[in-house]
Design a protein around this ligand. Structure first.
Ligand code: ISJ
Length: 286
């Protein structure tokens, strides 16, 4: 007898996604599944290659692989203003960056491209970008500014080094008036076609986990305090500031980001977002 295929589910290792994953247990699913917890760049590669079948990834990476992926509805990591964990640290004020060198974290896709859009279109700067491991001190030795995301950005923001600190979610909101979506949940089209029942079960389990996680953030906050540090009130503010839905407001902001990314040649094709639902694909309103 052939072994049933194991469904591989991706999890963003950064705390920002924890409220959606806290009550999600692959062992409770009715079929064999395993979860891989990684930084976004690793999940992005796995989802594009088809090695990871379903889960969270950078919204930019979804767009780049949208011929192979469809979105799971109702899930994202978004912010309508400052995101509090995606920071540009710079030796000069952000509007004076000019053609300075910026070291960007190699763990991100969405924020690196958001930075390029903001620098070019909002600030009129033409910096040089180099990709680097996420380490504030090493990056600041390599350049005049650096971009960090997730827990690396949070930890770096706690060390006061006298740098200018710019929140990219805040800058995007100031410039466009829009919300920004950093992560989405997606499923591999072929995996969804092969096993729609499994994907339906996973989509429902994520939805339930998100609802439970957000209705009582206590355990997630405790875990964040223990593993990263910081106070209960810090993490309470952090999680409450993020939006985990993917409604019209989030879709509108993400569509605008995709349009700018395409204009600048960062994305090879225009993106028509498609939402998975049981045996049906729905196109997101443009
Ligand atoms: C809010 C954040 O969003 C993350 C940023 C990502 C990116 O830049 O590619 C990917 C996933 C998100 O979870 C963060 O990391 O702080």
């Amino acid at each position: 007898m052939t072994q049933p295929e194991r469904t591989v589910i991706g999890k963003i290792s950064y705390t920002n996604s924890w409220p959606v994953y806290h009550h999600f247990h692959p062992s409770s699913l009715s079929f064999p599944a395993e979860m891989v917890s990684e930084v976004p760049a690793v999940l992005n590669r796995g989802m594009a290659a088809g090695d990871i079948h379903v889960g969270a990834l950078s919204s930019f990476a979804y767009a780049a692989a949208s011929d192979r992926l469809v979105l799971l509805p109702g899930l994202s990591v978004s912010a309508d203003g400052p995101v509090k964990s995606i920071f540009l640290f710079s030796k000069m004020p952000v509007h004076q960056i000019g053609n300075a060198r910026i070291a960007v974290t190699n763990t991100s896709a969405t924020s690196v491209n958001l930075l390029k859009i903001l620098m070019h279109k909002a600030i009129g700067a033409s910096p040089e970008y180099i990709s680097a491991d996420p380490d504030l001190n090493v990056m600041m030795n390599q350049g005049d500014a650096c971009l960090l995301i997730g827990d690396h950005a949070i930890r770096a923001s706690w060390q006061d080094q006298g740098y200018h600190v710019t929140d990219l979610g805040g800058l995007w909101k100031e410039w466009t008036g829009c919300s920004m979506t950093f992560a989405v949940w997606a499923v591999n089209r072929a995996a969804a076609a092969r096993n729609p029942e499994a994907i339906a079960e996973i989509a429902e389990a994520f939805e339930l986990s998100k609802r439970r996680g957000l209705s009582n953030l206590g355990p997630v906050i405790q875990e964040a305090c223990c593993t990263i540090g910081g106070t209960t009130s810090y993490w309470n503010d952090y999680f409450r500031n993020l939006c985990y839905d993917f409604g019209e407001r989030q879709q509108e902001g993400l569509n605008l980001y995709f349009r700018y990314a395409y204009d600048m040649g960062l994305l090879p094709q225009e993106v028509k977002m498609e939402l998975w639902s049981h045996n049906l694909l729905t196109r997101v309103k443009e």
